[in-house]
Design a protein around this ligand. Structure first.
Ligand code: PLP
Length: 401
């Protein structure tokens, strides 16, 4: 067994962390900056004295950094409390602004629950929602989007990259179709931002959601890109912060952290994406070669550079995650938000997997501190773990029927 000592530079834990799509450790430089804005520059950005002015300057500089990272204007960035809030604000804000024009929304069956459940709640309020199917790789067919648009369609919301299977969807094309038909386009880029280029102009997005904790920033901070002139209504009311679009005293430390994390992610992306891609390929090839009855989920090439996901025949994903944890490897079965509830993933079911197959899923998402040695150790222990779990499953079936 490989000596795990020294693994995880940020975590200072003797563990291998393969769950970066669930969350990432805060970058040391980002953490340091946050502490400054909690302890020293703690002012309220709305105050006119020096403490307030320093905080205001930091918030506006962070806005410029996020805007630059997305290819947007600073005034088009609204700071929020994370990806879930950004998705809610985007979808509800457009739906309420355009409800006199139409009541139809188009999305996909593999969206994160922040989008799916927002759409479901709008259905209860009289909106009608089309949940587009995906193919076996998790891709939405742009032709199906075009065909679903009616004269009632006001919004199309489709994710850039799927959190469970890593597939990168053709959102540029979807955004183009939406624009041509005069429909607002929102894109959930929570998983793609910081890993592959996300430029709002290239994606033809009118609104776009990002979250800090997926890019080595803190939890509970995110942003919504809201293109100038997009029909949209605020959902929160109060002190007028964020130009009235998301009032409430700003989370200055979180906002500063998001700005720096975004800047670092974009500047480090070219080299880091290539390094992670190499590790991902080693991981995928190794698993498929070493474990019989394993299958990659998601698209083989059109996937995030750090993302590998599989299903294993005759194995429960949850049991696999627990066994890996006991070997010092942190991974997940499906997304962090739905794992633990025992349901087969809606994403895998939409991709055509049988419920039993979908329950054997494992997601491994790599990050900054992972090395080739981590991948090799994982590949060394995985076949034995899978075999053991399969034997237990067979025994249970035999003894308990
Ligand atoms: N959208 C996607 C695709 C995600 O993967 C997540 C989180 O996993 C979210 C939205 C929610 O983001 P947050 O955790 O910042 O609320």
């Amino acid at each position: 067994m490989v000596n795990l000592k020294g693994k995880g530079r940020y975590l200072e834990l003797e563990k291998i962390y393969f769950d970066h799509s669930a969350t990432t450790p805060v970058h040391p430089a980002v953490a340091e900056e946050m502490v400054n804005f909690i302890r020293r520059d703690f002012g309220n950005p709305s105050s006119v004295h020096v403490f307030g002015r320093r905080a205001r300057k930091a918030v506006e500089e962070a806005r410029e950094k996020v805007a630059a990272a997305l290819g947007a204007l600073p005034e088009e960035i609204v700071f929020t409390a994370g990806g879930t809030e950004s998705d809610n604000l985007a979808i509800r804000g457009v739906a309420y602004a355009l409800k006199e024009k139409g009541n139809h929304i188009i999305t996909s069956q593999i969206e994160h629950h922040a989008v799916l459940d927002t759409c479901k709640s709008l259905e209860k309020e009289g909106f009608s929602v089309t949940y587009l199917p995906v193919d076996e790789c998790g891709l939405v067919d742009p032709k199906s989007v075009a065909a679903a648009i009616t004269d009632q369609t006001i919004l199309i919301t489709v994710m850039h990259a799927n959190n469970e299977v890593g597939t990168v969807l053709p959102v540029e094309e979807l955004g183009r179709i939406a624009g041509e038909r005069g429909v607002v386009f929102h894109c959930d880029a929570v998983q793609s931002f910081g890993k592959i280029p996300v430029r709002v102009g290239e994606l033809n997005a009118d609104l776009l959601s990002i979250s800090a904790h997926k890019i080595y920033g803190p939890k509970g901070t995110g942003a919504l890109y809201l293109k100038k002139g997009t029909p949209w209504r605020p959902l929160l009311f109060g002190g007028g912060q964020e130009m009235g679009r998301r009032p409430g005293t700003e989370n200055v430390a979180g906002i500063v952290a998001l700005g720096l994390a975004a800047e670092l992610a974009v500047s480090e992306m070219p080299g880091e994406a290539e390094r992670l891609l190499g590790l991902r390929e080693r991981l995928i090839d190794g698993v498929l070669a070493k474990v019989k009855g394993s299958r990659l989920t998601g698209h083989r090439q059109r996937r995030l550079p750090n993302h590998a996901s599989f299903v294993f025949e005759g194995v429960e994903g949850e049991a696999l995650v627990l066994a890996l944890d006991a070997h010092g490897i942190a991974a997940s079965s499906g997304s962090a938000c739905t794992s633990g509830n025992g349901h087969a993933s809606h994403v895998l079911l939409a991709m055509g997997l049988a419920p039993q197959e979908a329950r054997g899923s494992l997601r491994l998402t790599l990050g900054r501190e992972n090395t080739g040695e981590d991948v090799d150790y994982f590949l060394e222990v995985l076949p034995g773990i899978v075999e053991k779990l399969r034997n237990i499953a067979v025994r249970v079936k035999f003894e308990w029927g």
